[in-house]
Design a protein around this ligand. Structure first.
Ligand code: FES
Length: 270
């Protein structure tokens, strides 16, 4: 039988993402559950392992509800203190909090600066000539939304492969994200892009096919010629998404959503 949620008053969400596991989330969860079992608090307190909760620098991290209390630097000892405080006094352990409802600051000991793409810079590219380019983020938290946007808006853009094969996003039917790969279905072809991280146990060819570089560029002498280059880990070109020179829609989406740039001064060498 599942947990009787009608009896639950407090829930501990213990992060079980990669960074937290490395930092010791397993002992934290074990200590938490053993304490609840032995104290007879099992039925009224729920414990849930989560995937990454976005505070890897504070690993092992956890969230306590009610109250939206975010904890940092947990271990098998201090998590007991946290539980006792919540369950016996309905209060947080302030010194271990990274955030609580209503806070305007993040109380982290290891806060990392937000990563932002570099500004566009002028480069002499061996394939494209003189271009302004910058690298975007290439995790699937960015690449999947990019393809989804192109599919939902139907471009205007074209996908070009190194061997010359070209598909217009106007002819796209769907995008389907499987285990690791995004299947992009056009009227006349179905293509696959590896977007997710691939475990080392998977075939090397699959690991190597992952899109790991997304490069946004425009030509220096014709700024309206612009696009996105997708490359693998070795810097090999996988495909180029060329944007319609007469339509700014996708380019503006790229600047705002993919690169987080509110305003870009487009430079031209003319
Ligand atoms: S892995 Fe736990 S916060 Fe990211």
């Amino acid at each position: 039988m599942g947990k009787n949620l009608t009896q639950v008053t407090t829930t501990f969400y213990v992060c079980d993402g990669g960074s937290c596991r490395k930092a010791g989330s397993d002992p934290v969860m074990r200590a938490t559950r053993a304490y609840l079992r032995n104290q007879g608090l099992w039925d009224t307190t729920h414990t849930i392992k989560t995937r990454c909760i976005g505070r890897c620098e504070d690993a092992p991290a956890a969230i306590v509800h009610p109250g939206d209390y975010w904890y940092k630097n947990l271990d098998a000892q201090n998590v007991i203190k946290v539980m006792k405080k919540h369950l016996e006094e309905d209060k947080p352990v302030e010194e271990l909090l990274v955030f609580k409802e209503g806070s305007t600051v993040i109380n982290s000991d290891k806060e990392r600066p937000k990563k932002v793409p570099k500004p566009f810079s002028l480069v002499e590219d061996e394939d494209l000539g003189l271009i302004y380019s910058t690298r975007g983020f290439s995790t699937d938290q960015y690449t999947y939304p990019l393809f989804l946007y192109l599919a939902e808006t139907k471009g205007p853009a074209t996908l070009t492969f190194p061997h010359g094969q070209t598909h217009s996003f106007r002819d796209i039917q769907s995008v389907e994200y499987g285990k690791y790969q995004l299947e992009v279905v056009f009227n006349d072809a179905t293509l696959a892009f590896t977007l997710a991280g691939i475990p080392k146990t998977e075939p090397m060819a699959l690991q190597r096919s992952r899109v790991l570089v997304t490069e946004f560029f425009y030509e220096a002498f014709r700024p309206e010629k612009r696009g996105i280059r997708l490359k693998d880990k070795m810097g090999r070109l996988l495909a180029i998404i060329w944007l319609d020179p007469a339509d700014d829609t996708v380019w503006n989406y790229c600047l705002k959503v993919q690169l987080g740039m509110s305003e870009v001064l487009i430079q031209s060498e003319d």
